[in-house]
Design a protein around this ligand. Sequence first.
Ligand code: PEP
Ligand code: MN
Length: 369
Amino acid sequence: MSPKKVELTLAPLQSWFPVPGRIPVIAGPCSAETFEQVMEDAKAIKALGQVGIYRSGVWKPRTRPNSFEGNGVAALEWLQEVQKETGLLTTVEVANTEHVELALKYGVNILWIGARTTVNPFSVQEIADSLKGVDIPVLVKNPINPDLNLWIGALERVHQAGIKKLAAIHRGFNNYESSHFRNSPRWEIPIQLMTQVPNIPVICDPSHITGQRDWVPEVAQKAMNLGMHGLMIETHPDPEHAWSDADQQVTPDRLGEILQKLTIRQQESPDLAMLDTLIQLRRIIDSIDEELLQILAKRLKVIEEIGEHKKDHNITIFQLERWNEILNTRGDLAEKLNLDAEFVKRIMSEIHKESIQIQTDMLNQENIK
Ligand code: PEP
Ligand code: MN
């Protein structure tokens, strides 16, 4: 059964999102630290001629207390200067009514709801209620946990408050195991969002997905390949010394290079609606296969560690008891997951064969030395 489509009456992205370059881009620092940092970054971004919206955290959700939590009202005043000096629109994260009221009072152009707020329907509803009767665009980041309905629910709450200028931001999902990204992109989730809410523009935030500036370009490109509608990238004049998210920010110049090198695919939102179901499903398969291979690579790394251990302790590579245990437990799991037991046995045998080969090579190398 295919999931229900959600109808949101939306103003087209082009009607409220300035696009001086090839694609819609939001850029700016993770946090507004000082007036000088905010202005330096904004002027350099403006000079690129490719960014229409300047982002900056004014209230920062930090994991532990006593970290830098934002400059609040002072930073809102700096953003007014940015508007005056550069003509860029501004956007900040809001997490409660007070934030919304202050952001509106200081003329912020666009609001965004952060990933830690989207998880909480009470907070989202509070923000939505404070926006009734206000005409301002709102961007909704995905919740930190991979729950599509929570994300859609937040968009619906804001929409029900009368907001028609709405977009989603894909910033990845908490990793519960080690991954080379700070937040797993789980591409299948924004793809499902685009499938179920076909007219919602989706902006990708490669900065918070990767947590690492060197990986920002590849994730930005992937977002373009998947037909996402824009990018939000964190910039800082001196990224290494940023007061928050120092590892992932890039200089405005570097942002210019990244944007220039991007291949933009023919994919405006009206085309997206024309994509047939098969193509959408294949994208989900691509993303799942990628995850499968990453997990396989992780498994084989552990196999190498076990190989070292066996080598050090002179233990045989093949152990019948362990192999039987694997076959039995995986067979039981296959049944629970409604998978064909024979099929799972074949896959496990192939993986086992490869594992033995890896460990055999390791031990042989030892003999040759
Ligand atoms: C941010 O954009 O700086 C931020 C805090 O993002 P997120 O809500 O995605 O963690
Ligand atoms: Mn940040």
